[in-house]
Design a binder for this molecule. Structure first.
Ligand code: SPV
Ligand code: MN
Length: 615
């Protein structure tokens, strides 16, 4: 089943573990053939052409390098219900777990003979830059050329790296099969869709699905493994973008940022004039006493809904050039790509994730089908972006991390930007206390707050207490500690009106950059340091050419005391449910509560920033 030519590529690596791994799944899944993918252009082209030949991707007419892929109508997002961390009976609060031996048996049973009539692809990648202290290697087995193609755009290939290390090479293992396909080349047997994560063997199994969040092994499947590994080894594996903010006199300061889905993560790292390094996943390590960060990935698997030329010029340009793009679950009409929120008129007919589509079409549940799915995506290489900081992306030792930003969707509690008093205060009252509101568009009921510490809950693979312990300890060996900030782009007034413009985030970034270097002072509020009016006024003028009024400032930065006290209550309750929550968490929350209660006594429910003293 493995031809001598392909076998030779595998053997050249010289790893028995790798041979055993591949042979085991060849025997179980019985593919007709096996293709071992090296780092060569030729092998890459083979994968891409197969995706087209087999119909998992189709050529678009706008540029020769643009293709479209459709996932099954009911396979448009991560399947939380059927995704589980395999444990030896241990139940972990907030995490879906399953008995390890039961889970392994079940998924291997589903995978039996599943690749009959198909070709198995074996591909090699590195998380983080190759040959660097950050690099973690992985092998992907898949029968989906679309998945393999996507991975080639999103990750650094590492066949040569496997060969260089040879015999004792250590690697994560990802086994994926899309299962039987329907006539549109989408996974069919969704009732048998499973994603199981085996921390013990550093393996993830994914079956009967194509959606990238379930299948692209190096992305969210690997993330569960790296969260566990990082906590054991004392570094951080985070759901964070990485960007450089340009300061005065050519200075660049790097920030990572964690935001739940649809809370401004991508738009922050793409802010005009700043430097993009990564949009989704970062590794942070202590290197010689300094916190340094890399982008785990080499590409972007981004949400396309709402992308337009005015708000997202860089993404727009990438999607309108001959850089390679895989669109998924968009609308195609006459061979051209469309999506909800694109500039101009959308056609009334075409093909989308539901098959043939026309305006007003309803699905089996009676819901009107939009032109493109709200989770429709684009897959591109980072090298396609004109705002990319290419040196930072390739830096083997990463970039020095100046600050970490946590942001959620919150109508009434957090001010637009706030700096923590110190690492511990920030990790606990900002990161670990992150909540996000559901939007009408996603879950029906608006304004329901969801606990989502570090925006990582969907991917958490270990006890949150253990995860936080590691976070708190990480600081202790650093000589220079990154600052921790919180932002909230969604604060509203009593009448429900947003208090900020979308573009204001560019100002908050510049303020944080100045704070990192002590270039501006701040006001000491009970929840952290907030900006002084005159500094923001100058920045609004400089960055956005806007006149920023005292009135706007006061509304945005007024400390909302009862709302903040209620939040502490909710967060404390969530952590009481978790065995092993570090005691410092409760102490830190208690101190914040005391500061807020003191404020309540002296100032009442609202503390104007004009009543706060400078530090
Ligand atoms: C996210 O939802 O956080 C994503 C997309 O980055 S997915 O790959 O589905 O996780
Ligand atoms: Mn993500």
């Amino acid at each position: 089943m493995i031809s001598p030519e392909q076998m030779a590529k595998l053997e050249a690596i010289g790893s028995e573990e790798l041979m055993d791994f591949v042979n085991r799944y060849v025997e179980l899944m019985e593919p007709d053939s096996v293709f071992v993918c090296t780092d060569s252009d030729e092998d890459y082209r083979y994968i891409r052409e197969r995706a087209l030949r087999e119909g998992e991707e189709r050529q678009l007419k706008d540029f020769g390098s643009h293709t479209v892929h459709f996932d099954n109508y009911y396979d448009q997002a991560r399947d939380k219900k059927n995704t589980a961390i395999l444990t030896d009976g241990e139940e972990i609060p907030f995490i879906n777990t399953k008995d390890r031996s039961e889970g392994l048996e079940e998924i291997h049973e589903i995978m039996k003979e599943i690749m009959k009539g198909r070709e198995m692809i074996v591909a090699f990648f590195s998380l983080g830059p190759r040959e660097s202290p950050f690099s973690i290697l992985g092998v992907q087995i898949t029968d989906s050329p679309y998945v393999a193609h996507s991975e080639h755009m999103l990750y650094r290939t590492a066949y040569d790296e496997f060969k260089r290390i040879g015999k004792g090479v250590e690697f994560f293992k990802f086994v994926h099969s899309e299962g039987e396909l329907d006539e549109r080349k989408s996974s069919k047997n969704l009732d048998k869709r499973r994603v199981y994560i085996d921390l013990k063997e550093k393996s993830v199994y994914s079956v009967n699905t194509q959606y990238g969040g379930n299948t692209i092994g190096l992305k969210k499947p690997a993330f569960r493994l790296t969260i566990d590994q990082a906590a054991r080894e004392g570094w951080l594996s985070e759901h964070m973008f990485l960007m450089g903010v340009n300061g005065p006199d050519g200075r660049v300061s790097y920030f990572t940022g964690a935001f739940p889905s649809m809370c401004g993560k991508t738009s922050t790292c793409m802010v005009r004039g700043e430097r993009l390094v990564g949009d989704d996943l970062s590794f942070i390590r202590n290197i010689d006493g300094e916190a340094r960060a890399v982008n785990v990935e080499n590409g972007v698997f981004g949400i396309i809904q709402g992308i337009n030329s005015r708000d997202d010029p860089q993404i727009w340009n990438v999607l309108h050039s001959d850089n390679e793009v895989i669109f998924s679950n968009i609308l195609v009409s006459e061979g051209l790509p469309y999506w909800t929120g694109k500039d101009g008129e959308l056609p009334d007919r075409g093909e989308n994730h539901s098959g043939e589509w026309w305006k007003g079409k309803k699905d089996a549940e009676g819901n009107e089908i939009p032109p493109s799915h709200k989770n429709a995506r684009f897959t591109v290489r980072l090298s396609s972006f004109e705002n990319l900081d290419a040196d930072a992306l390739d830096a083997g030792k990463g970039v020095p991390l100046s600050g970490i930003i946590f942001g959620g969707r919150d109508a009434d509690t957090w001010p637009p930007v706030c700096e923590s008093f110190n690492w511990k205060h920030g990790i606990i009252t900002k990161g670990a206390s992150l909540e996000s509101e559901t939007t009408a568009a996603t879950l029906g009921k608006e304004g329901v707050r969801k606990f989502n510490p570090m925006a990582i809950l969907d991917f958490m693979s270990i006890n949150l207490g253990k995860y936080l312990r590691n976070y708190l300890d990480f600081e202790k060996k650093l000589q220079k500690v990154p600052k921790v900030f919180a932002v909230n782009y969604f604060i509203r007034d009593e009448n429900g009106n947003f208090l900020n413009e979308k573009t204001d985030k560019a100002v908050w970034l510049k303020w944080m950059e100045l704070r990192v270097h002590g270039d501006v002072s701040a006001l000491e509020s009970p929840i952290g340091y907030i900006p002084i009016y005159r500094d923001l006024k100058a920045l609004f003028k400089e960055v956005l050419n806007k006149d920023y009024s005292e009135e706007d400032y006061e509304k945005q930065f007024t400390i909302r005391v009862p709302e903040l006290l209620n939040k502490i209550e909710r967060i404390e309750k969530a952590y009481r449910e978790i065995d092993g929550t570090p005691e410092e968490l409760f102490e830190e929350l208690e101190e914040e509560r005391e500061r807020l209660e003191e404020t309540l006594r002296h100032y009442g429910k609202r503390l104007s920033p004009f009543d706060i003293g400078f530090i």
